[in-house]
Design a protein around this ligand. Structure first.
Ligand code: HC0
Ligand code: SF4
Length: 569
């Protein structure tokens, strides 16, 4: 352990801890605009400067490890003046029209300026307005708000390995942009939104579609229904002042009824349906000598990555649409039939933890009726939080309401879809029992849970041991894809999720998502699973009824028409 003094407090921390982390462990937060837990950026913004006894200049706390006997002052007049000067200089080259900014009240620069008491800037403005890049279906990039902290570049390059964003130019010309200064849409963007998730200001955000939903909700001709993804119920609470990981399912449904949705349905229902279709597809591929390993298809960031970078392995990807799109297809076919409505009057909204779902819903093959998309609008968890606040709902005091039928009964298998490894675990629970014709002894596949980059397990299917693997983040997906490309993959089935931690860490989730937050959301997800009476997709009675009344059989003609798709290179 290393002993030192920070702001007159004697502290003792592990070797190689940075001054920033040491202070944090003792409840003293040193401000920063570039440092982000889980990322690898240091000393870019220099807001975290501190004074060290015996040292002439100021030192950045994020990049300096503690030393025995060090005496640190994080708030001396010299430090405060330097910090204030740095922030004033950033503000002098920034669009400071805060009230119209999407990140108003959630902006790290704004709250830092307020904490430093910057009422007036001592430096003249050198800000020049440039064009906003909003050609991407999911992400908007506003260079007028960028502070060049480098977080988005780091997450895009190092976590996702997609290298779409770069810091270009020098000196006054320095800027963050898509490589070659192209539009974000022209490059290899996967729409994952991880860049938006870590941006400290409003420079990269999801496309805000809340106005489209308000408009539909006030249109008397529209029957507006909404589906909510598995990961939203363990994260929406953070948007409305609940503790991280609070499970808010019932209150969330009530809030959406107050917002004016005619029916509130659960994407978990079509997650169960996906397991039936995808499970049967796997069994068919294994027994008929089909292409293996089969890879999951429910994550649109992964699909877009595969289409761009691994066009030669697209045959490995399951033909199943994602649960979001299976819901959309049923919402524009089966549902209006059952509810006695004209499909043209049904307006379908999704609430997803994901920005790439906005892109998925716009893909042209995602329409039962070629003139209109199955999903009309996709909102992120953050956008739903915004609507709840706009409506003035006191979330904490809401009563709980169950989801509506016929897409309301769900299982624990579907609940865990939102965590990395969850889709695989859900699939194994069903495939094992269908193939082996006996119940699983334990439903919990602990080796597939947690934040390890790649996880694997073995399952006995019909007497032979079959290997499966799970990867999250695209840099980890690349490892498994390279094996598939080279023909060396030892697996029969692979789950890939684009975002760190799976959908619970999606690009549309509440800001401040770190590994600690991811783990809490994951823990809630498995608590939810353990608390449910039904924990296997093939035991969902509403799914069984859907096959009986409408689809007839898994992988049947109607299923193929509505629930399956193809990919293009
Ligand atoms: Fe996910 Fe999904 S699990 S991708 O993360 O499969 O977004 O939560 O809704 O569609 O169900 C996201 C989450 C979903 C889908 C489901 C899958
Ligand atoms: Fe990179 Fe994802 Fe952002 Fe696209 S959305 S620029 S892939 S981090």
């Amino acid at each position: 352990m290393v002993n030192l003094t920070i702001n007159n407090v004697k502290v003792s921390v592990k070797e190689d801890t940075s001054i920033l982390q040491a202070a944090k462990q003792y409840s003293m937060n040193i401000p920063t605009l570039c440092y982000y837990e889980d990322l690898n950026i240091k000393s870019d913004c220099r807001v975290c400067v501190v004074e060290i006894d015996g040292k002439k200049g100021l030192t950045s706390a994020c990049s300096t490890p503690v030393r025995e006997g060090m005496v640190v002052n994080t708030n001396s007049p010299r430090v405060l003046n330097a910090r204030k000067t740095i922030v004033e200089l950033i503000l002098s080259n920034h669009d400071t029209n805060c009230t119209t900014c999407v990140k108003n009240m959630k902006c790290e620069l704004q709250s830092l300026a307020r904490n430093l008491g910057i009422d007036e800037n001592r430096f003249p403005s050198v800000f020049e307005k440039c064009d906003i890049d909003d050609n991407n279906p999911a992400i908007v990039r506003n260079p007028n708000l960028c502070i060049k902290c480098g977080r988005c570049v780091d997450v895009c390059n190092n976590v996702q390995g997609t290298s779409v964003l770069a810091i270009l130019g020098r000196g006054h010309e320095t800027r963050v942009s898509a490589v070659f200064d192209e539009d974000l849409n022209d490059d290899f963007c996967t729409f994952c939104g991880q860049c938006a998730s870590v941006c400290p200001v409003g420079a990269i955000t999801e496309k805000d579609d809340t106005d489209l939903v308000w408009h539909a909700l006030t249109d008397p001709k529209k029957h507006v229904i909404v589906q909510v993804a598995p990961a939203v119920r363990v994260s929406l609470g953070e948007e409305v002042n609940q503790a991280i990981g609070t499970i808010v399912t019932g209150k969330m449904v009530t809030a959406m009824k107050i917002l004016g949705f005619d029916q509130v349905f659960d994407t978990d229902f079509t997650a169960d349906l996906t397991i039936i279709e995808e499970g049967n597809e796997l069994i068919q591929r294994v027994t008929n000598g089909g292409i293996l390993p089969m890879m999951t298809s429910c994550c649109p960031g992964w699909i877009s990555y595969a289409e761009q970078r691994y066009p030669d392995i697209l045959d490995h990807i399951s033909s199943c649409k994602s649960p979001q799109q299976m819901f959309g297809a049923l919402a524009k076919s089966y549902y209006p039939q059952k509810a006695g409505l004209d499909p043209k009057d049904v307006f379908v909204v999704s609430v997803m933890p994901c920005t790439a779902k906005k892109y998925e819903a716009k893909r042209e093959e995602m329409s039962v009726d070629e003139n209109s998309p199955d999903i009309d609008v996709v909102l992120t968890t953050r956008e739903l939080g915004k609507m709840i606040k706009q409506m003035g709902i006191n979330f904490e005091n809401l009563k709980e309401t169950p989801f509506d039928s016929p897409f309301g009964i769900t299982t624990g298998a579907a609940a865990i879809f939102g965590a990395t490894g969850g889709v695989m675990e859900a699939a194994i629970r069903t495939v094992y029992e269908v193939v082996n014709k006996k119940p699983l002894e334990s439903l919990d596949f602990k080796e597939l849970r947690g934040l390890e980059g790649i996880k694997e397990a073995e399952v006995n299917l019909g007497g032979s041991m079959v290997k499966v693997a799970v990867a999250h983040t695209l840099s980890m997906a690349k490892v498994l894809c390279d094996q598939v490309r080279e023909g060396t993959s030892p697996y029969a089935f692979i789950e890939i999720m684009t975002c760190p931690g799976g959908c619970i860490g999606g690009g549309g989730q509440p800001y401040g998502t770190t590994n600690k937050v991811r783990q809490e959301r994951i823990d809630s997800t498995y608590r939810l699973d353990a608390s449910m009476t039904l924990r296997k997709s093939h035991e969902n009675p509403e799914v069984i009824a859907l096959y009986k009344d409408f689809l007839k059989e898994p992988l049947g003609e109607l299923s193929h028409h509505l629930l399956h798709t193809h990919y293009s290179d």
